[in-house]
Design a binder for this molecule. Structure first.
Ligand SMILES: C[S@@+](CC[C@H](N)C(=O)[O-])C[C@H]1O[C@@H](n2cnc3c(N)ncnc32)[C@H](O)[C@@H]1O
Length: 544
């Protein structure tokens, strides 16, 4: 709802709408400017105050010409590229996220848009996720349709985002092309200048013609392995190094299937919060009432898959009220590998924001303890808040520390130790649309060193006969199996404890590890190894 001043046309605020902090009334300003000047000023000051704005803050008029979801998408894409935001910024992460975002839109474009409705929010999520995922392909097409390479290379960032939106809508969403052209031209004209609108018009119209004649300029998959990887990287919109790596590990056919999965709509899963006394049946009833399509997870009792409708779940307050959490089954299966039992002491070594900590704690049924360590204070704060919301703060103790320092200083030993290590995240690319562009081969090498150090540190916390679980949300053997091989070479006091007792057989590897494969299991990719520490054998390196 908006505060609207249906005032005399001479008022600069005649169509003013303070859309973010609504007041449940509208008021007309008195007509005589002389007698009522003071009164008007007071009314305006009051309305500003009610809207949470200082009176000197300039309020822009609402622009009714451009489609709000495109304006918001363009600005969000800009922010993602500049590293300031993730693709899920408008979801319920962080209070005031929506308000902040609309303020960004206003500052960047110089005008306000009307508030986003649910439908607009869904469009923003689809367009932003899609334009980020398909960036390499979209840029290849935009570049091909520019007069010269310089035009593309030197294009101003906002114009490029508007073109990416238009290209994505035409090429991937197959939306009515001329409506897409008109809408994006208008956005470029209003947000930039008429010339920018003309350029968008020219390029998008060329694209429409090529699409209609089925002659988009796409590279051919031919030549040596490197050339083929380059072509695949454009067609399936991934970095070349990832394509080469997966082609080597999996073969070209499987690599293409994996890229198709990464480019598809992300699938989400909800875990019911049993710690709040809810059952899966309760959650299913709520989803039915909300008309959210769902199906029970075939591999995890507390989980329900939702194909679409996550925004509806969020807006209905199911997360805020602690009924359920968004958690992938792949993360739940890692907790099953840990197999928390009432009365046990568990340390979660890289715990924040706490998805696995909370699930482990809920499986203790009020008896035992989970110590949650993390280096990141902000993420640890989220963990603490959520543990209160889920009635689990009595079992969870959060510790802000570098695991390597903590494990050197403490004498505590735990029944079970989970190291959910920082990793490339290559198993969750369908959900984290931006991640593929933020990772490099060099990152992977640095991560492996860190993973070795953290594994060594985590191993110090395991009591004799205790369990160490190492997990990642990566599908890369170098971050997974190879880290375990390296660790076991240095730590003969640990041995593999096969996971077949804890997860369905479809998820076990011949070495006794847990592995989920997005293409095969339709869940995120992840890995876990369960290691048991011998009762008597000590390793001098881990002795205190
Ligand atoms: C994969 S995330 C953990 C996700 C978490 N287990 C969950 O399920 O929500 C990895 C975490 O490791 C933390 N981290 C990285 N280096 C660390 C270190 N040296 N000591 C402790 N935590 C660290 C990061 O801050 C990050 O929160």
């Amino acid at each position: 709802m908006a505060i609207s001043f249906a005032s005399s046309s001479s008022s600069p605020f005649s169509t003013l709408s303070l859309s973010r902090k609504p007041l449940p009334f509208s008021c007309s300003l008195p007509k005589s400017p002389i007698k009522t000047k003071k009164f008007n000023a007071r009314i305006i000051a009051f309305a500003y105050k009610a809207a949470g704005l200082k009176s000197k803050q300039k309020i822009q008029k609402i622009n009714e010409e451009v489609s709000p979801h495109r304006a918001v998408s363009a600005v969000r894409l800009l922010r993602i590229e500049q590293g300031g935001a993730f693709a899920d910024l408008l979801s319920e992460k962080g209070r005031g996220a929506a308000e902040n975002e609309m303020a960004y839109v206003e500052r960047t474009l110089g005008f306000r848009t009307r508030d986003l409705e649910d439908r607009d929010l869904r469009l923003v999520t689809d367009i932003v996720g899609g334009a980020v995922r398909w960036r390499r392909l979209l840029d290849h097409l935009i570049l091909s349709l520019c007069h010269e390479e310089r035009t593309f290379r030197e294009m101003e960032p906002l114009l490029l985002q508007i073109l990416r939106i238009g290209f994505f809508e035409i090429v991937k969403l197959a939306m009515p092309p001329y409506a897409v052209v008109d809408e994006n031209v208008r956005l470029a004209k209003v947000a930039l200048r008429p010339g920018a609108g003309n350029m968008v018009n020219g390029i998008l119209r060329k694209l429409v013609l090529l699409k209609e004649t089925n002659s988009l300029p796409l590279p051919k998959i031919e030549g040596d392995a490197r050339a083929q990887a380059r072509a695949l990287a454009v067609i399936h919109s991934h970095p070349v190094w990832m394509v080469r790596r997966w082609t080597n590990f999996l073969g070209q056919e499987e690599a293409i299937k994996l890229m198709n999965w990464n480019n598809g709509d992300p699938r989400f899963c909800l875990r019911v919060n049993t710690s709040r006394g809810y059952t899966r049946t309760d959650l299913v009833e709520k989803l039915e009432m909300l008309k959210v399509p769902h199906e029970p997870s075939p591999c995890m009792d507390d989980f329900v898959r939702v194909q679409t409708g996550l925004q509806t779940v969020i807006q209905a307050g199911l997360l805020r009220e602690g009924v359920c959490s968004v958690q992938d089954e792949s993360a739940g299966l890692v907790v099953s590998v840990v197999d928390p039992q009432p009365g046990e002491t568990i340390v979660d070594c890289c715990a924040a924001p706490g998805g696995k900590t909370l699930y482990m704690a809920s499986r203790l049924r009020g008896q035992g303890m989970v110590v949650a360590i993390d280096l990141n204070k902000g993420r640890l704060r989220i963990l603490k808040e959520t543990s209160k919301l889920h009635n689990l703060d009595g079992v969870i103790t959060a510790i802000h520390s570098d695991l390597r320092l903590y494990s050197e200083k403490t004498n505590l030993k735990f029944d079970k130790v989970l190291l959910d290590a920082p990793c490339s995240g290559l198993g969750v690319l369908s959900k984290r649309a931006d991640l593929r562009w933020n990772r490099s081969l060099e990152d992977l090498e640095q991560l492996m060193d860190l993973q070795d150090e953290l594994l060594h540190a985590a191993s110090r916390l395991v009591k004799p006969g205790g369990i160490l679980v190492y997990s990642t949300c990566s599908i890369d053997p170098e971050e997974n199996e190879e880290r375990i091989v390296t660790f076991l070479r240095r730590h003969p006091e640990f041995a593999i404890d096969p996971v077949d007792r804890y997860v369905p057989p479809d998820f076990t590897t011949k070495e006794g590890f847990y592995r989920s494969n997005p293409v095969k299991h339709s869940i995120d990719g992840s890995f876990a190894a369960r290691l048991v520490r011998s009762l008597n054998q000590e390793n001098p390196a881990t002795k205190k």
